[in-house]
Write a protein that binds this ligand. Structure first.
Ligand code: NAP
Length: 256
């Protein structure tokens, strides 16, 4: 592989790193190709990588990602900015191992969306009623601010703030978490996060999704004219180029 693209956070520091990467790789025979890259180098944070994944969503099968963090180390980023020289050396001289992270498939009936971290249906204006079915079987009615369905990769993101479990690397699952659900004598729902095996189908239905937002990773849209959202694990994945050992435990310890 020798065709690359760079997706950098919009700040001065990331811009300077982007220029340095471009110079070094070009001087060593690599070709900048924004349209058909084989390696996408992300400079910024985990949020920048999410942005890059959605930018290249149609080409995920043909490319892989490597991330350089301009803050502390993240989950999707293997190098800090101080390690830029090492990162470039690795890209130029080593074959990476490929680590795959599977996407959530979100079907609104109108379109098909994908998420690396999670899907959320959120309503901050009023109580959102959501009926949840798993594999076609009624599970519960949740009343609250919404529902979050996360992947393994997303377990350390929004899911974690909801009290969801951090899921070990390599486990391909979905995790359902209620967002501020109402719990009293007349209304009960599970309340705890529910970890589902990868071949489950989760249906989120409501008579009224007006005012609610469908959020997926850093993106969102309204649910006008939509009454049901169906989620499954996709067989599509994000491929990360791993040039060196950086354990999941280390990533986790860097988080807090
Ligand atoms: P963003 O500013 O791009 O990200 C918000 C924070 O979430 C940043 O600190 C980001 O890390 C971190 N993050 C993203 N993916 C992560 C992952 N898989 N594991 C651990 N941390 C992760 O915000 P955005 O554009 O609104 O949304 C992008 C993502 O941020 C969403 O998918 C959501 O999971 C997450 N988020 C979390 C919360 C929360 O925990 N309360 C609130 C909003 C959004 P970097 O600083 O490295 O970019």
């Amino acid at each position: 592989m020798n065709k690359f693209a760079i997706v950098a956070k919009k700040n001065e520091k990331s811009f300077l790193i982007e220029q340095q990467i471009n110079r070094e790789l070009s001087a060593n025979g690599w070709v900048m190709d924004k349209n058909k890259p084989q390696l996408v180098i992300c400079v910024g944070g985990d949020g920048t990588l999410l942005y890059a994944v959605h930018k290249y969503l149609d080409q995920l099968e043909d490319l892989c990602f490597v991330g350089i963090h301009t803050g502390t180390l993240g989950f999707f980023t293997d190098y800090t900015e101080e390690e830029l020289t090492l990162c470039l050396h690795d890209i130029l001289h080593h074959e990476p191992e490929i680590f795959r992270s599977y996407l959530l498939n979100i079907n609104t009936g109108k379109e098909q969306l994908f998420a690396l971290n999670e899907l959320r249906i959120e309503n901050v204006k009023r109580t959102q009623v959501v009926d949840i079915k798993v594999d076609g079987e009624f599970f519960e009615t949740c009343r609250g601010s919404g529902i979050c369905l996360s992947t393994q990769a997303g377990s350390t993101a929004y899911n974690r703030s909801l009290g969801g479990a951090v899921i070990d690397n390599g486990l391909n699952i979905m995790q359902l978490a209620e967002i501020t659900s109402i719990q009293h004598c007349k209304q009960r729902s599970l309340g705890n996060p529910y970890i589902l095996k990868m071949d489950r189908k989760v249906e989120l239905t409501s008579n009224d999704f007006s005012d609610a937002l469908l959020c997926y990773d850093h993106l969102h849209q309204t649910l006008d004219g939509v009454n049901q959202v169906i989620c499954t694990m996709s067989d599509r994945c994000v491929r990360f180029a791993r040039y060196r050992e950086y354990s999941y435990l280390q990533r986790l310890k860097n988080l807090y």
